[in-house]
Design a protein around this ligand. Structure first.
Ligand code: ZN
Length: 70
């Protein structure tokens, strides 16, 4: 897998580079788990590329949106 590989989720419009680095429209880069916790779990449309549990990985409590610490 190339470091320069880029995927854009056609549903969430979020860019994933190098396989597991997610560039959010605002804020620091995160992981696929963070993307899933904050965006993809709410997606009801077909085509989201971040719905595979094996790819998403372990979602930690801090991956969820928390206005107190963000
Ligand atoms: Zn998505």
């Amino acid at each position: 897998m190339s470091e320069n590989q880029q995927e854009i989720c056609p549903v969430c419009q979020v860019k994933i580079v190098g396989g597991d680095k997610v560039l959010f429209s605002s804020g620091p880069p995160g992981t696929r788990a963070k993307l899933w916790a904050r965006v993809c779990q709410y997606v009801q449309k077909q085509g989201c590329i971040n719905q595979e549990p094996d790819a998403v990985g372990n979602v930690e409590p801090e991956d969820y949106y928390n206005p107190d610490i963000s």
